[in-house]
Design a protein around this ligand. Structure first.
Ligand code: SME
Length: 153
């Protein structure tokens, strides 16, 4: 059983380090989540550039991806940039609008990050297990993004 409350507390402590840049702190969050949750195989944060309608990878833990810039509307991430809603994908093979970063990935969750009600980015998590994510992951990641928005932005 994963203690999501304890994990959120660990993230809160980590985010208190005022000497670190936002990119460093977000990279530490990615590493922590990947280490602590077995079904999180790749964890990353993309942030939106609204002028060009693109998402840019700012921090990650896991295998490096070629997809560091994603247009709004493309893939699961690009769809969340437009829908403003958490997207839980049980089986990536069943998705038409999906960008494969790693052939081992079987399921994915993308949760938008809001700053003052504006969708500024997202956390994207890939799992090598099919149907790995539950509403508990969604609730945890929504709380985490709210904490990040409150603390860093
Ligand atoms: N699978 C994502 C692309 C990002 S990679 O998972 C790192 C998508 O379909 O948007």
């Amino acid at each position: 059983m994963i203690d999501y409350d304890a994990l959120l507390d660990q993230c809160a402590v980590l985010l208190q380090d005022e000497s670190a840049t936002n990119d460093v702190l977000l990279t530490k969050i990615c590493a922590l989540l990947k280490k602590e949750v077995n079904h999180y195989d790749w964890v990353g944060f993309y942030f939106a550039e609204h002028a060009t309608k693109t998402l840019h990878l700012k921090a990650f833990a896991g295998t490096p991806t070629d997809h560091t810039v994603i247009p709004f509307g493309k893939g699961i991430c690009g769809q969340v940039a437009e829908s403003n809603q958490t997207f839980l994908v049980e089986d990536v093979a069943a998705q038409d609008n999906y960008i494969a970063c790693d052939l081992h990935v079987k399921s994915e969750i993308v949760v938008p990050l809001f700053v003052e009600k504006m969708n500024v980015g997202q956390i994207d998590i890939d799992s090598n297990t099919i149907n790995a994510f539950s509403p508990k992951d969604a609730a945890f990641l929504e709380e985490l993004n709210a904490l990040i928005a409150h603390t860093l932005f």
